[in-house]
Design a protein around this ligand. Structure first.
Ligand SMILES: *[C@@H]1O[C@H](CO)[C@@H](O)[C@H](O)[C@H]1NC(C)=O
Ligand SMILES: *[C@@H]1O[C@H](CO)[C@@H](O)[C@H](O)[C@H]1NC(C)=O
Ligand SMILES: *[C@@H]1O[C@H](CO)[C@@H](O)[C@H](O)[C@H]1NC(C)=O
Ligand SMILES: *[C@@H]1O[C@H](CO)[C@@H](O)[C@H](O)[C@H]1NC(C)=O
Length: 245
């Protein structure tokens, strides 16, 4: 017989301990409800079963091909909930289009701008942080092996381009302070500058970011007013500090 103390100090005990801990770890992770789903591959038809109609099944949501268990948000995603149209499918596009009818409920992002695509990628981040990932939807974004498709890589590349452009725009625009603005029912809208005078200017990266032209109000000092692309507000004096809009 080995005395208990010597046993506890023996290498044999150390090895036994490690084996037991590893076995316990694997047993608990296999038993955890997420594990069996982590790498599960869904077909669109299969995912559709989890749309919240069948009370005995979890509620699942797909976004960019990643599938999440949103059962804990049942009041929103379940039958009759405000987000029920996202359940049992991948309606990635609807996160930015707000079109929850017919073909609006699609995972195709064709024609969306890089800022819209970035916003959908951000939504996927929200679901990863908030809900339980349970697998992938085989189709546009994952192949039958569960590997990302070129569509997913394209979407991610477009989103990060969008992010870079937005950063760059922010840096550019920081060089020229924005106007203050306010709006009230009685007085309508107005813009004003603490230093300089208001001008409407094209936002530098806007076309690349959103696909459309958009202007903002920025404040320019008198010696900057000769540059091109500055638009005086309609019915506003060229050197007025405040303009109605
Ligand atoms: C959910 O799926 C079931 C079975 O596929 C279908 O009968 C039902 O109409 C769907 N519910 C919604 C809200 O789409
Ligand atoms: C609900 O899901 C359970 C478990 O998959 C299944 O046995 C049952 O037939 C489903 N009920 C309906 C109405 O589809
Ligand atoms: C939603 O999308 C569908 C298909 O693209 C289109 O026919 C429909 O007019 C859209 N609805 C809204 C409210 O934009
Ligand atoms: C605008 O005026 C400033 C000084 O008043 C001058 O340095 C600059 O070259 C002028 N720019 C243009 C585009 O005329």
């Amino acid at each position: 017989m080995i005395p208990a103390r010597r046993f506890l100090l023996s290498p044999f005990f150390g090895v036994t301990l490690i084996v037991v801990l590893v076995a316990l770890y694997f047993r608990s992770s296999l038993k955890s409800p997420h594990h069996q789903y982590q790498k599960k591959l869904f077909s669109a038809e299969e995912l559709a079963l989890y749309n919240g109609t069948n009370e005995t099944l979890p509620i699942l949501l797909g976004i960019l091909g990643s599938v999440f268990d949103v059962t804990k948000g049942k009041s929103h995603y379940g039958s009759g909930g405000g987000y029920n149209h996202f359940a049992g499918r991948d309606a990635s596009r609807a996160f930015v289009s707000g079109n929850f009818t017919g073909d609006g409920l699609t995972d195709s992002l064709k024609g969306l701008s890089s800022s819209e695509v970035k916003s959908i990628v951000d939504w996927r981040g929200f679901y990863s942080r908030t809900y339980i990932p349970v697998g992938k939807l085989v189709g546009r974004y994952y192949d039958s092996q569960g590997n990302p498709t070129k569509h997913l890589k394209g979407v991610e590349a477009k989103a990060s381009r969008g992010e870079q452009l937005m950063e760059k725009q922010k840096t550019e625009e920081a060089k020229q302070p924005s106007c203050n603005s306010r709006w009230s029912q009685d007085e309508g809208g107005e813009v004003w500058c603490d230093v300089g005078v208001p001008r409407l200017v094209q936002r530098p990266m806007e076309i690349a970011i959103t696909g459309s032209m958009r202007k903002r109000c920025a404040c320019f000092e008198e010696d900057q007013l000769n540059q091109s692309g500055l638009e005086i507000y309609k019915d506003c004096e060229p050197l007025a500090k405040k303009c109605k809009v």
